[in-house]
Design a protein around this ligand. Structure first.
Ligand SMILES: *Cc1c(COP(=O)(O)O)cnc(C)c1O
Length: 384
């Protein structure tokens, strides 16, 4: 019988309808493998939305290429196709279409621009498991897509990531990188992750979320837990340990999660409907999401008048509320200029970072938690 990682890869590729899947230690590592397989290197440029995780910027930097940021559309926080063309240069190598929070990016417009310029599109589908654009699954539009199974995503393998693609040339190159260049996680890391998954299951509830999140971030910074991102992750050069495959305990968790994926997605859809109706009842100004987008959200974003105040109140009241994205490059520890982001260049992204908090939708969130979260943001009030 195939090993657990291979079984997870196969299950995911089959579910998506992609040719192949390749598992790595994290989503960002999968992205790195993909960019490398596309030949991204010194002097190249990668187009990204100016509203992303800093860890989705690092792979570009590690390869010696330059990230170039495009502003977002306020309603979905996705890359604004109207801003792409002005950022394309002879050095552009690829466009990253990120499906933010689970809202599908405008794939038709993005692909049309990319085609005009002969560029491949890759999808950052880390937040879009199950989302669809015009009836077709996110992750099947670009040359390839990458996915994340980090603690806070649609489902978790502890940490973990995948590349999927139906392009056979690209598949071969990624297979070679995975087999020949990526190292394997150690026994200890594997064990730590299993342990952490167990502890998390035992203690993480909407009521404990805010406290545990700050404890966990502290532990990771002090080397006491395997986090998705310790402080070391934000260095500007590649760690020798960075390019790593997925380990067997992650593979097993992935196989288990694939079996309950449909229930997971159905729960998320119910929660999104519930949030929409609670917010509508409260007279909250919800953005209009175009009909052809069929998102399965990871977290439910809302724009509040006082983000810091909302998060502080949530911590005091023990109500789960998320802070992504805390700045245009979420969780960047260094100045954004170090990631080639110039302040003021993506005003919509900067505004979203100031306004957006997100409401939880994971398995343990019940109607009463949703009501508490909505009551809390209503007390703070919507962003003007
Ligand atoms: C989580 C996330 C990543 C990175 O995933 P990791 O598994 O944490 O490396 C990349 N892009 C987006 C949009 C994400 O949400």
């Amino acid at each position: 019988m195939a090993d657990s990682v291979t079984r997870f890869e196969t299950a995911f590729a089959d579910w998506l309808g992609a040719g192949r899947a390749f598992a790595f230690w994290k989503g960002r590592v999968a992205m790195y493998a993909l960019l490398k397989a596309l030949g991204v290197g010194e002097g190249d440029e990668v187009l990204l939305p100016g509203y992303t995780c800093v860890v989705a910027v690092n792979p570009t930097k590690f390869l010696g290429a330059t990230p170039v940021y495009v502003d977002i559309e306020p309603a979905t926080c996705n890359i604004d196709p109207a801003g792409i063309e002005a950022k394309i240069s002879p050095r552009t190598k690829t466009i990253v279409a990120q499906h933010t929070y689970g809202y599908p990016a405008e794939m038709d417009a993005i692909l049309a621009i990319a085609e005009r310029h002969g560029l491949p599109v890759i999808e950052d589908a880390c937040l879009a498991i199950g989302s669809a654009y015009k009836g077709r699954r996110c992750g099947t539009f670009g040359r390839a897509a990458f996915w994340s199974f980090q603690w806070n995503k649609t489902f978790t393998t502890g940490i973990g990531g995948l590349v999927t693609t139906s392009d056979s040339d690209l598949s071969e190159r990624i297979a070679r990188l995975q087999a020949e260049e990526a190292c394997r996680p150690g026994l200890k890391e594997n064990l730590m992750l299993s342990l952490q998954r167990g502890v998390r299951k035992a203690v993480l509830f909407p009521k404990t979320f805010m406290l545990l999140q700050s404890m966990f971030r502290w532990m990771v910074d002090h080397g006491l837990a395997v986090g998705s991102s310790g402080t070391h992750e934000y260095r500007q050069t590649e760690d020798p340990d960075f390019f790593k495959r997925m380990g067997p305990s992650q593979g097993r968790a992935g196989v288990r999660e694939m079996r309950r994926l449909e229930a997971n997605l159905a729960h998320r859809r119910r929660m999104a409907d519930l949030y929409a109706s609670l917010l509508d009842d409260a007279g909250w100004p919800r953005p209009r999401i175009p009909e052809h987008l069929d998102p399965v959200l990871v977290r439910y974003p809302v724009r509040v008048a006082d983000k810091a105040g909302a998060l502080a109140l949530a911590a005091r009241r023990r109500v789960e509320l998320g802070d992504w994205f805390d700045q245009p490059l979420h969780q960047a520890l260094a100045a954004l200029e170090q990631y080639d982001y110039q302040k003021g260049t993506c005003p919509n992204a900067e505004q979203a970072a100031r306004d957006v908090v997100n409401l939880p939708m994971h398995r343990r969130v019940r109607e009463r938690h949703a009501r508490q979260a909505v009551d809390l943001v209503c007390e703070i009030g919507p962003a003007r």
